[in-house]
Design a protein around this ligand. Structure first.
Ligand SMILES: [Zn+2]
Length: 409
């Protein structure tokens, strides 16, 4: 291997100390003291590795390795350095530190590349403090919605205010944009069990899923739980249970589609009262928007039948749509070649979770490498990837960066 597996692992453990709790979980929310400590630690590591380092207007930490051709578009690599509340030490940081390890190896081997490589520690991907995520990558891609800067935390502090307090200049967010860009490559933990179940070290991401979030409201007729016989009831909870079973079944018929009911509220919500209404969320995702629409179209017919049979009314309201990002086919093929050359067991798979990379959709070709998550744990302290898998990922990233940045031999 070219990369230094121990150095990567030691850095992971060191960054994992910043914002850590006695139970082993880590909390590094945007513009907090821990966030600042992580930023300063990163600046130190990137500088020592030989990169030209700067922190942009919103707090992205960026290390640059200049290419030989100053006019050639840049190659971006990295991941986020924030965590969710009580998260783990691999989400985001593994990708960022693998990028650093890969580029440090390029520097140490005195290899020359044509394109400038940017190693980016993205600011606030998780959005756990302000409820608005991917701030850093949106700014670098040049697609930041300035409304996001007005998002408030639970104390009523806006992102803009918190950034200013942390020493950034959020009004200058447009200066963060990096352009022109040749491509982006991000390594991340899988956060699911596909690779672990199949005994595979790495994954090549086919694309980041498109997401539609709906609120479903079913209205029936409430009444006494004891006095009303089963026949003739208009119980929205029973209708909901059928609706949920149906959407689960319909999603399973598609190749990539996944459907999840994450919240349920019953009204009035008393044990001895038939509900008047129930409201619940539907998070439905797929690589292909067509799959989602096909699934929902079948649900329309099923829904009508449920409405008739139970005497209820079902309303579906779109709350949010997040565009997915197909990964670049030639880049996927290059990753496949590199993994095969290194005899690393791998497969292609979809990313159901969102990532910073999706903000480059339509801006530049993107690729993502997934590293196996043991038991699929993520966003919790049990999150773990083995040192061997981490090293495999960083080695592939190193070879990929040399290919994309145009190694000059
Ligand atoms: Zn992440």
């Amino acid at each position: 291997m070219d990369i230094h597996a121990d150095r990567l692992w030691n850095r992971l453990m060191a960054l994992g100390q910043i914002g850590s709790y006695p139970d082993g979980s880590i909390t590094r929310l945007s513009c907090t003291k821990e966030d600042g400590l992580a930023r300063d630690w990163l600046i130190g590591e990137m500088t020592a590795a030989g990169l030209e380092v700067y922190v942009d207007a919103v707090g992205n930490v960026i290390g640059r390795l200049s290419g030989e051709d100053a006019n050639a578009p840049a190659v971006l690599t990295g991941s986020h350095y924030d965590t969710v509340r009580h998260g783990g030490r691999f989400d985001g940081t593994l990708g960022l530190l693998s990028s650093l390890e890969a580029v440090q190896t390029i520097i140490e081997q005195k290899k020359k590349v044509r394109h400038t490589i940017y190693v980016i520690g993205y600011k606030d991907e998780e959005g756990n403090r302000f409820g608005f995520g991917m701030t850093g990558s949106r700014c670098i891609a040049g697609i930041m919605d300035p409304e996001g800067l007005e998002a408030k935390d639970s104390d009523g502090i806006t992102m803009k205010e918190a950034m200013a307090q942390a020493g950034y200049t959020p009004a200058d967010y447009q200066t963060c944009k990096i352009s022109p860009v040749k491509c982006s490559i991000e390594l991340h933990i899988e956060q699911a069990t596909v690779l672990d179940r199949e005994g595979l070290s790495l994954g090549i991401v086919e694309g980041i899923a498109h997401l539609l979030l709906y609120q479903i409201k079913i209205t029936g007729h409430s009444g006494h739980a004891g006095a009303n016989p089963m026949k003739g009831r208009r119980d929205p909870v029973v209708a909901m249970s059928e609706w949920i079973c149906a959407v689960t079944k319909e999603a399973s018929k598609e190749k990539y589609c996944v459907a999840t009911i994450g919240t349920i509220q019953a009204s009035p919500g008393s044990f001895n009262v038939i509900c008047e209404s129930v409201t619940f969320s539907l998070d439905i995702r797929s690589m292909s928007v067509d799959e989602i629409h096909a699934c929902l179209k079948r649900m329309d017919d099923i829904q009508e039948e449920i409405e008739k049979r139970h005497g209820v009314m079902i309303e579906r309201t779109l709350v949010q749509e997040l565009k997915g990002c197909p990964c670049d086919e030639p880049m996927k093929n290059r990753l496949e070649d590199i993994m095969a050359r290194n005899s690393i067991p791998h497969k292609r798979l979809m990313s159901g979770a969102g990532h910073d990379s999706q903000n480059y959709n339509g801006i530049c070709p993107c690729a993502m490498i997934f590293v196996r998550s043991i038991d699929g744990y993520s966003h919790r302290k049990e999150e773990y990837s083995t040192p061997e898998d981490c090293a495999n990922g960083a080695q592939v990233l190193y070879e990929m960066l040399l290919a994309e940045a145009g190694e000059i031999r």
